[in-house]
Design a protein around this ligand. Structure first.
Ligand code: ADP
Length: 596
């Protein structure tokens, strides 16, 4: 049948769904509404799992984390105008963390643009700061090509977010089934493959020679190495050379935290004294103190392995190797094997690091061993660590946010497998927790997901209803009711899809915990209002999930926590464990006091 003889029966929504399915998309996250509702239903009918959220921000966070966990762009679907703006939270998070993601937004009718159309916004302009590539389909026939372009660009080179704009008139426009099929088949055929990696022979030789000559070498790896799935190569490199290693927070697990060459517990010594640092898939940004003294030695020589040439130019390392982490580390291993060298356990540098790590580890264990009630951060964290370690089968994915909760959790919780830790990341974004949980549960259905959250971090995307009764007035109450409806429906997403997610809330009654104002800060006409950091003490966060048929626990003692974790981990059903923590146990701004 020719295109001309079949009646036009495929509209833009169907064609987008068809293009996504045929180009390999299996999951989407989003919020439906005008003009993209049928796009989501059509995608589902074609076998794509559509996870429907109530807030584009969380759906966007989910899409970005899905991109990181799977190596395929996470897809966020939003409506126009406000939907797109809410989705920017996710798109910017993908940009900041260099994770592949595609935001697809409906937009207003092209004819009515500029005249105040329903939910009108120049979305291509609005996403500019966070999008590697933005495409607008101006005609239905452009859809398959636009879809392929954004999907491919999101993963090409340094991963990141891309944007696809779909005007509502284009989504309604129809073509024949045969024409649609031809357009999609054409794009499938012409899809470009990854460019061949340039020869890196001389860089590889120089890197190996630097490592060989170093007295105090260190291997640092980050979430770029995790994204690249470089775990086997890194393990081999560490085994071959005996060089101590230091993961960044999300690099944790590429090699097990329990490995004898892990320098995590001797971090200050390792970075302060190393003379050559091989940094793989991790930026020398604030998280690594910009690679500068006094945290790092002035003399340290950096060997930077990064997929992004731009990153290497920015940092001006002693030696830069632009390439995929897995490939580059594989090449280093091959080069080393020809003429092996290995530090050995009695090497003074290795010895000093393991001694320090052991000492610090013992100090920490002594603190952790105490059962402190009312709970501080350490006691419940130890119980959570042990419960996670006791899970049989694939390691759970740990999602963590909140100032103190994330800080303490980073040093206490043990990561044994790659890509099993998701936290506030490069931007220190709070509010990512629930979106990340949902993404992890969907991306790795065989793993339990355990979120270890501060009450403040949790509240961003779960609930903000905890205000004191004295503050209630009718306007506020209405506003609260709608907040409650919206945010608690987020919790419902866990229940609705019956995901194996246990959210543990460290409930210390506020941002950083309780009211920490100095006397000078308590004055003026509103001095009797709660502090900006305060929430209702002992808020019943667990009750939110009970409202939707999930399981809630509130715990105040080690035994109660142990039993809640044993039961909820075994059930593999959505649950919230509300852990009541002493409001004065944490520190203001966690470990970043100097930045507040
Ligand atoms: P961390 O937060 O763990 O320190 P960053 O997000 O700062 O990690 O750095 C990740 C780096 O990894 C980015 O500079 C990014 O360009 C890089 N990267 C992404 N994918 C790859 C890859 N496949 N191979 C090597 N580097 C990669």
């Amino acid at each position: 049948e020719s295109a001309a003889t079949t009646p036009p029966s495929i509209d833009g929504n169907v064609l987008v769904a068809k293009s996504l399915a045929r180009l390999g998309v299996t999951h989407m996250f989003g919020v439906v509404g005008i003009p993209v509702t049928s796009l989501a239903s059509r995608a589902m009918a074609l076998g794509i799992r559509f996870v429907a959220f109530h807030n584009e921000q969380s759906a966007g966070y989910a899409a970005s984390a899905y991109g990181y966990l799977t190596g395929r762009p996470g897809i966020l679907l939003t409506v126009s105008g406000p939907g797109c703006v809410h989705g920017l939270a996710g798109l910017s998070n993908a940009w900041a963390n260099t994770w592949p993601m595609v935001m697809i937004s409906g937009s207003c009718d092209q004819r009515d643009a500029g005249r105040g159309d329903f939910q009108e916004l120049d979305q291509v302009d609005a996403v500019k700061a966070f999008s590697k590539l933005s495409e607008k389909a101006k005609d239905v026939r452009e859809i398959p090509n636009c879809v392929a372009k954004v999907l491919d660009r999101a993963v090409a080179g340094r991963p990141g977010g891309c944007y696809l704009d779909l005007p509502s008139d284009v989504l309604r426009q129809k073509i024949s089934e045969s024409e649609a099929e031809n357009l999609v088949a054409e794009v499938e055929k012409s899809r470009k493959h990854e460019p061949i990696q340039a020869s890196l022979k001389s860089e590889i030789e120089s890197a190996v020679s630097l490592l060989r000559k170093a007295e105090r070498p260190l291997i640092v790896f980050g979430k770029g190495a995790a994204y690249s799935r470089a775990e086997d190569e890194l393990k081999k490199l560490v085994e071959l050379t005996g060089i101590p290693f230091l993961p960044t927070p999300m690099g944790k697990g590429l090699l097990p935290d329990t490995h004898e060459l892990s320098a995590t517990a001797a971090r200050s010594l390792a970075i302060g004294k190393c003379d050559v640092a091989l940094v793989v898939g991790a930026r020398l940004n604030w998280l690594l103190h910009f690679g500068e003294s006094p945290k790092w030695s002035k003399e340290v020589k950096f060997i930077l392995v990064d997929i992004s040439e731009e990153e290497i130019e920015l940092r001006k390392p002693h030696l830069g190797i632009a390439g995929d982490a897995k490939t580059v580390i594989g090449l280093l291993n091959r080069e080393i094997k020809d003429d092996p060298f290995c530090l050995g356990k009695t090497d003074p540098w290795v010895e000093s690091i393991s001694k320090k790590a052991k000492e610090n580890g013992e100090k920490m264990e002594a603190q952790l061993a105490k059962d402190v009630v009312p709970f501080n951060f350490l006691t419940p964290m130890r119980i959570i660590r042990d419960a996670i370690l006791a899970v049989e089968g694939p390691s759970p994915v740990v999602v963590s946010e909140g100032a103190n909760t994330m800080d303490v959790g980073r040093s206490v919780l043990v990561q044994k497998e790659p890509r099993t830790r998701l936290d506030a990341g490069t931007w220190g974004t709070m509010g990512v927790g629930l979106g990340y949980c949902i993404a992890a549960a969907v991306a790795s259905p065989d793993r339990l997901v355990v979120a270890v959250e501060g009450d403040s971090g949790f509240g961003f995307s779960a609930m903000e209803v905890e205000v004191s009764d004295t503050l209630l007035n009718p306007i506020l109450w209405n506003c609260l009711l709608s907040c409650f409806k919206l945010l608690s429906l987020m919790m419902q997403t866990l229940v609705r899809y019956n995901l194996a997610v246990v959210v543990i809330v460290f409930n210390n009654g506020g941002v950083y915990g309780g009211d920490r104002r100095s006397p000078e800060e308590i004055s003026g006409p509103h001095k009797d209002d709660p502090a900006p950091t305060s929430f209702v003490p002992n808020a019943g966060y667990h009750k939110l999930i009970e409202a939707f048929g999930g399981k809630g626990y509130v715990v105040e003692t080690p035994d109660e926590l142990k039993s809640a974790l044993a039961e909820s981990f075994a059930a593999r059903k959505p649950a919230v464990v509300n852990v009541i923590v002493d409001p004065f146990a944490g520190a203001e701004s966690g470990r970043l006091q100097h930045k507040n």
